[in-house]
Design a protein. Structure first.
Length: 94
């Protein structure tokens, strides 16, 4: 991955994930970085960060996306991720 905006360290959540940039009438697949952290300056939120490799995506300039979540929102996302992971590993029903 070239010139990352997202800091990638030994504690990065997922260094290589498949992702996509999606526009109205286009989709570009690529490899990305996904990280969950909290800010040292504002520990009142959880940061969910995602960045696609700029070499994989031609339609967008290098950039990273971030979602700021309250602790309650982060737990809601975690529960949804667990539920859908169980669904993928299981029989496909909810």
């Amino acid at each position: 991955m070239n010139e990352r905006i997202t800091s990638v360290t030994a504690s990065t959540t997922l260094e290589f994930v498949d992702g996509a940039a999606v526009g109205y009438d286009w989709t570009e697949d690529g490899t990305g970085v996904l990280n969950v952290t909290t800010s040292d300056e504002r520990p009142d939120r959880v940061e969910l960060q995602f960045e696609l490799d700029g070499l994989d995506v031609d339609r967008l300039p290098n950039h990273a996306d971030r979602v700021d979540l309250t602790p309650e929102q982060a737990r809601t996302v975690a529960a949804a991720l667990t539920r859908y992971a169980d669904r993928v590993e299981g029989d496909g029903s909810e």
